[in-house]
Design a protein around this ligand. Structure first.
Ligand SMILES: [Fe+2]
Length: 311
């Protein structure tokens, strides 16, 4: 029985760090070898070595780096999978959702909700690279995937009614919010970690939560386990993440994975550090599965805590 109902999570996904300096030349080489038109989306898939052949970063989520070169467009399509973009490099490209365009700047977080037409374009003069996060493995677990092209190459552009688009979260605004929280309570394990919320106050996607996290200079975090595996990307500064028995020294734009229920500990010893991350937490919470446990020296400080706000 233990093989199919283990007493604790046994993720196949492994802790892994991808250094941006190693990924970037590969992605630019892909840019020389094929056009966005040929690829539809030109993406370097970040496949977890524990999930070989499955195009997954974690047991439930997909991650990839997407490149769009100056003058390129990526044709309009829609799918039941939800997607997020976190911009790593370049200014001037845009993502359009149902024809409303959000201009991309480094650090911006953009959501493409399920079954909404989206296309991308880069009218600027520098390559733009972003991190994609999708719930493809969850959608496929349910065999609920649909996808189709828009009848036109690009969805006709509509002028946004205001500067604030419901699917775009500009970095400057969110970084400011973190700064305001600096003098409040700093969580012993997470530092200052704030979830992005949609206009309805809930997670911007039903399956994926995203967070911006400030580790103040000198932060030495306590150890926490959570049932949601996380994909992290460095935004500012440098930090060290201890994930299971791996130690990852990360800098801006480096991506790393903390698999489900593995002990995770964060340090920032050379100045403030900022991380973006995403996970399947809202899906687990909706199903009553999410748990976390604080630890010290491998010993549980408290029993598993289940759904936030449910106690
Ligand atoms: Fe897409």
């Amino acid at each position: 029985m233990g093989a199919i109902i283990p007493p604790e999570p046994r993720p196949q996904a492994q802790p892994v760090l991808w250094k941006y300096d190693e990924l970037r030349p590969l992605l630019l080489e892909a840019g020389r070898l094929l056009t966005e038109q040929e690829a539809e989306r030109r993406v370097l898939i970040l496949e977890n070595p524990g999930l070989a052949g499955r195009s997954q970063a974690t047991g439930s989520l997909y991650a990839g780096l997407q490149l769009i070169l100056p003058g390129e467009t990526a044709r309009a399509h829609r799918h039941t999978a939800s997607a997020l973009r976190f911009v790593l490099e370049g200014t001037g490209a845009y993502t359009s959702v149902d024809g409303a365009r959000a201009t991309m700047h480094p650090g911006d977080f953009i959501v493409t909700p399920s079954w909404r037409y989206h296309d991308h374009g880069n009218p600027g003069d520098e390559p733009t690279i972003w991190l994609d996060g999708l719930d493809v493995p969850i959608v496929n677990l349910f065999d609920a995937s649909f996808a189709e092209h828009h009848p036109q190459e690009l969805v006709p552009s509509i002028e946004p009614a205001g500067v604030s688009l419901s699917f775009s979260y500009p970095y400057a605004r969110n970084r400011e919010a973190l700064e305001r929280l600096r003098h409040g309570a700093v969580h012993p394990a997470h530092g200052i970690k704030v979830p992005y919320v949609g206009p309805d106050g809930r997670s911007p996607m039903p399956t994926i939560a995203a967070f911006l996290q400030l580790l103040p200079n000198g932060f030495a975090g306590t150890t926490m386990r959570q049932t949601d595996a996380s994909v992290y990307v460095g935004v500012e500064g440098h930090g060290r993440a201890h994930v299971g028995d791996h130690t990852f020294d990360w800098g801006p734009r480096d991506v790393f994975v903390a698999p489900a229920w593995m002990p995770v500990r964060h340090d920032a010893s050379s100045g403030d550090a900022v991380l973006f991350s995403f996970s399947d937490r809202p899906a687990q919470q909706a199903l009553g599965l999410w748990r976390e446990r604080a630890e010290e020296g491998g010993r549980a400080l408290e029993g598993p805590r289940s759904v936030e706000g449910g106690l």
